[in-house]
Design a binder for this molecule. Structure first.
Ligand code: ZN
Length: 372
C-alpha cells in the first residue's frame, strides 16, 4: 500500500498510518479544542485549548494502537502472526497472515483488545482522580480519555464481525457447533445487521438532536462495517475452499500461445467466445508475457484494432513467480500484499500456467460449499 506512512515496529509488528488517519486526527483535535474543552474549563488561552486538544488526540490514537497491539501480542502468543497494524479513518486494523484455526485462539485474541481499552479507561480515570484539584487541564484530558476508552471497549464488543464482539460471537458459535463456516456466516450476518443499526442510529441522532457530525459519522461507520462484514465472509470462504490446494491444482494450465503482433480485435474475433481465460504471448519462439482475460476487456473499444498483444502483455520478468507445488493460500496472501492480480506458475521446464484473482474467485463461486 503506497497510501500509508511507515511508523516503524513495536514488538516486531509494523505500524502504519493511512493518509485518511490525518483527517480523523485533525477532526478530533478541532472537536476537542473547540467543542469539548472550552465549556468544561473556562478562561484558558487559545494556545492552551489547542495544545490540550492535540495532545489528547494523540493519546487517544495511542490508546487505539495499544488496543490493536493487545490483539497482536495475544494473537502471537496463540500462534497467529500479526504482520502489521494500520491506523486509518475508522480506527485501527490488524493484518493477520491467517485467520485463527481454533475457536479458543480467536476468543482470546478478540477479547484482548476491549480488555486493554478497559484497563486504559481505568488508568486515565486514576489520573483524573489524582489531579482533579491540582491540575485541572491534565484532569480534564484524562477524564475525556477515560470516557473514550470506555466507549471504544463497548463499541468493539457489539456482536458483529469484523468488530471484536463479532469475533467473540464467531468463536462461540464455532465452539458449540464445530463449524467454522457456519460460525463465520452467523457472525458476518450479525455484522451486517450491526452496520445497518449504526446507520439507523446515525439517522436518529440527526433527526432527533440535529447532531450532524456524530450522526453522519456513526452512519459512515455503519456502512463501513456492513461492507467489511460482507467482504469478510467472501474472504473466509475463499480461504476455506483453497485450503490445502496447490498452485498446480488451481492454475489455468491451457493458456493458448499467441503472437505478440496479433491485435486485440483479432484475438477477440478468433477466441472471443471460446471462454479462454489466459494467453501466453510469444515473441520469437519463446514466451515473453502473459495476458489474462481482464487485461483484454480493459482495452477501450476504439483502441482494440490498433493495440498489439505485445504492448499490453505483462512481461514474464515483471510477474510474481510460483512453483506448481506452492500453497495457494500463501500465493493469495502474496497477491494481496503486492497488489498483483496474477501470478505465473513456472516449473523447471518454464512457464506452465497462470493464476489470476479472477480465476480463483470463479473457482470458489463454483464450489458447492460456497453456495450452500
Ligand atoms: Zn479490537
Amino acid at each position: 500500500m503506497s497510501s500509508t506512512v511507515n511508523l516503524g515496529s513495536i514488538f516486531g509488528i509494523q505500524f502504519r498510518l493511512h493518509f485518511s488517519w490525518f483527517v480523523i486526527f485533525t477532526l478530533v483535535t478541532v472537536f476537542l479544542s473547540w467543542q469539548v474543552f472550552p465549556p468544561a474549563l473556562l478562561e484558558q488561552s487559545q494556545l492552551v485549548y489547542w495544545t490540550m486538544g492535540a495532545v489528547t488526540s494523540l493519546l487517544f490514537f495511542a490508546s487505539v494502537v495499544t488496543h490493536e497491539l493487545a490483539h497482536g501480542l495475544v494473537g502471537r502468543a496463540n500462534g497467529i502472526t500479526i504482520k502489521s497494524i494500520t491506523l486509518f479513518i475508522f480506527g485501527g486494523a490488524a493484518h493477520m497472515t491467517r485467520e485463527p484455526s481454533k475457536a479458543a485462539q480467536e476468543l482470546r485474541m478478540a477479547v484482548a483488545g476491549p480488555i486493554s481499552s478497559l484497563v486504559m479507561a481505568g488508568l486515565f480515570w486514576m489520573v483524573w482522580n489524582t489531579f482533579s484539584s491540582t491540575g485541572p487541564q491534565l484532569a480534564l484530558m484524562a477524564l475525556w480519555l477515560a470516557q473514550i476508552n470506555l466507549v471504544l471497549a463497548v463499541f468493539n464488543l457489539f456482536p458483529g464481525f469484523p468488530l471484536d464482539g463479532g469475533r467473540v460471537l464467531r468463536a462461540l458459535v464455532w465452539h458449540f457447533s464445530g463449524s467454522y463456516k457456519k460460525a463465520t456466516r452467523v457472525a458476518t450476518q450479525a455484522g451486517r445487521v450491526v452496520g445497518y443499526l449504526f446507520v439507523l442510529g446515525g439517522a436518529t441522532i440527526i433527526i432527533l438532536y440535529q447532531e450532524w457530525l456524530s450522526g453522519v459519522w456513526l452512519g459512515l461507520i455503519g456502512l463501513f462495517l456492513e461492507s467489511t462484514a460482507r467482504a469478510s465472509y467472501k474472504q473466509a470462504m475463499l480461504q476455506q475452499v483453497l485450503q490445502g490446494m496447490t498452485a498446480g491444482e488451481v492454475m489455468l494450465s491451457d493458456c493458448r500461445r499467441v503472437s505478440a503482433e496479433t491485435t486485440v480485435s483479432q484475438l477477440a474475433m478468433e477466441y472471443g467466445d471460446s471462454g479462454e481465460e489466459c494467453f501466453i504471448v510469444a515473441g520469437e519462439g519463446r514466451a515473453e508475457g502473459i495476458i489474462a482475460l481482464h487485461n483484454i476487456v480493459s482495452v477501450a473499444k476504439s483502441e482494440k484494432g490498433a493495440t498489439r498483444l505485445g504492448e499490453i502483455a505483462r512481461p514474464l520478468e515483471k510477474l510474481s513467480i510460483a512453483k506448481p507445488g506452492d500453497d495457494v493460500l500463501g500465493i493469495v496472501q502474496h497477491m494481496n500484499e503486492a497488489g498483483h492480480d496474477e501470478v505465473a506458475v513456472m516449473s523447471q521446464d518454464g512457464l506452465v500456467g497462470l493464476i489470476t484473482l479472477e480465476s480463483l474467485i470463479k473457482l470458489v463461486n463454483r464450489h458447492p460449499d460456497f453456495n450452500s
